[in-house]
Ligand binder design. Structure first.
Ligand code: G
Ligand code: G
Ligand code: MN
Length: 408
């Protein structure tokens, strides 16, 4: 599909009354639908004018799915048998979702869908009769339940973004020698009005797949920078603390990434030197050329670059010097392992040695015990983050925390 046809249209729920025609044979359609509730009837219009009901579908089934492949005429008519709620999925939306999946999965999906379309063209009317009935309805339900809840969550995330249900918490990053606060990591929290707090490891991947992460990250950056100004002002600091914000590969791939984040930082009146971008090793490995170039521009503009969860990804330390990185964050798995496991300890030792060699700073994540803090300090680690010092906190609490540290 040409890129010009791919729009940012989002999925939405539609309601139909009993008897309404949802899609009509012969008409061109751009949408498929997943049935959330209600029941529909599929019928075929024969050239002689007679119609034949070939099946029904209920909750969880997808209908009109060939519209996701191309704009060929609908091969059947579908009517609501009772009041129905359908989730609409447009061809453009589907294409966009496909863009963000693994290339092999994308290619496989495209091949299967195209062949399915060809088969359908050849068999035309026979198709639906053969595949109708209880069996396919059940298959549909089992296969699409998960997709349905993911799409629902994606829609709700969009609403959350618009209606300020997303919040940032800030976790202090402290000096291992003095325990003074050097900065914070901003962490996204979603307080869902019905489901309560939803963990970022659930919603971040969905936001990434749907591309909504780009808007969310921009919001987070602006909010975190403004919060940094407020925290410093109220706690009596002046251009001393940094704010670290997480970014995904999708952010880096977005148009005018560097210009946009530079603009956001300027708008908040924070000096870019006090903003750190936190990225994972995956970004460096997946698109090394793009990462090198983009990160170079960010560094030039003054921002810091931290590698998050370091050591979990590719454990090949040799590629690091290709990138303009200034901080490594040692993953909490190694930190919690270091007091029990010789291997984890040795890995931390070599990460610290490597970082020192390359003049990078090191932050240990997930420090929960004094013993870990002591060992890390003795190994030459500069900074740490973890429950031992402070949990991620709402702005008011983190302000009180750093204000308290200041007077000590
Ligand atoms: O805070 P918690 O452990 O629940 O966060 C889980 C993961 O979610 C973190 O490792 C972090 O990388 C990710 N995360 C949290 N906030 C953000 C954010 O604002 N943007 C992105 N891209 N990821 C985030
Ligand atoms: O982006 P990143 O993977 O670094 O996310 C940090 C996550 O780690 C946050 O969700 C934060 O709540 C969590 N975290 C921070 N300190 C600790 C800690 O001491 N122990 C554990 N288990 N998690 C922590
Ligand atoms: Mn992080």
């Amino acid at each position: 599909m040409p890129a010009s046809e791919i729009t940012n249209r989002e999925s939405q729920f539609l309601r139909f009354n009993a008897g309404d025609v949802i899609l009509r044979q012969g008409e061109i359609g751009d949408n498929a639908y997943i049935i959330e509730s209600g029941k529909v009837e599929i019928s075929l219009q024969h050239p002689d004018g007679t119609a034949q009901v070939v099946g029904t579908r209920g909750p969880g089934a997808m209908i009109g799915e060939m519209a996701l492949v191309d704009a060929a005429p609908r091969t059947a008519t579908i009517r609501a048998l009772e009041p129905c709620t359908l989730l609409e999925l447009s061809r453009a939306d589907f294409a966009r979702r496909l863009e963000s999946v693994d290339p092999v999965v994308r290619m496989t999906a495209q091949i299967i869908l195209t062949r399915y379309r060809d088969t359908l063209k050849r068999t035309s009317f026979i198709y639906d009769t053969a595949y109708s009935g209880a069996e396919s309805a059940e298959l549909g339900y089992a296969g699409q339940g998960d997709a349905l809840s993911q799409i629902k969550l994606a829609n709700e995330f969009k609403t959350a973004l618009e209606s300020h249900h997303l919040k940032l918490h800030y976790q202090p990053i402290v000096d291992l020698n003095t325990r003074a606060v050097h900065g914070f990591e901003a962490l996204m929290r979603w307080n869902h009005p019905e489901r309560g707090f939803i963990r970022p490891d659930i919603f971040i991947p969905i936001a990434e797949q749907t591309g909504m992460i780009v808007e969310a990250s921009r919001w987070a950056l602006l909010e975190a920078c403004r919060a940094l100004k407020r925290i410093e002002g109220r706690a009596g600091y002046l251009n001393e603390l940094f704010m670290s914000v997480n970014f995904s590969s999708a952010d880096f791939a977005s148009e005018n990434f560097v210009e946009t984040i530079y603009e956001i930082i300027s708008k908040s009146d924070v000096d870019p030197h006090f903003v750190h971008l936190e990225i994972t090793e995956r970004l460096l490995i997946g698109q090394p050329e793009m990462a090198k170039q983009t990160l170079g521009l960010c560094r030039k503009a003054g921002m810091g670059i931290s590698i998050d969860d370091f050591g979990t990804g590719y454990s090949s330390l040799s590629y690091l010097h290709h990138f303009p990185i200034d901080t490594l964050k040692i993953d909490r798995a190694f930190v919690s392992g270091m007091t029990k496991d010789e291997g984890a300890l040795r890995l931390i030792q070599s990460i610290i040695a490597l970082a020192k060699n390359m003049k990078m700073k090191i932050i240990a994540e997930g420090v929960e015990e004094e013993r870990e803090a002591g060992m890390l300090r003795d190994l030459g680690c500069d900074m740490a983050q973890g429950y031992l010092f402070a949990k991620p906190m709402a702005e008011d609490d983190v302000t009180a925390f750093v204000a308290g540290k200041r007077t000590v």
